[in-house]
Design a binder for this molecule. Structure first.
Ligand code: SF4
Length: 66
């Protein structure tokens, strides 16, 4: 799995950081998402999927290959 985020769409809601703090962070200045782990390990996949599902801005895109 690969993850990408669209900073222009992100509204800084922080749901992704709560669900998968090892994969997503937020910038201190404005809360916009920072992608820490573009290729999460298999044990992180379910959290990342949930983060993408709940992101209110649909700013998280998953590229499934595994
Ligand atoms: S959940 Fe979506 S809108 Fe909220 S910080 Fe993460 S990427 Fe941005």
């Amino acid at each position: 799995m690969k993850v990408s985020v669209d900073e222009a769409k992100c509204c800084g809601a922080g749901q992704c950081v709560l669900l998968a703090p090892e994969v997503f962070d937020q910038r201190d200045e404005d809360g916009i998402v920072v992608l820490l782990t573009p290729e999460p390990s298999p044990d992180q996949h379910s959290d990342v999927r949930e983060a993408a599902a709940v992101c209110p801005a649909s700013a998280i895109t998953l590229h499934d290959g595994s």
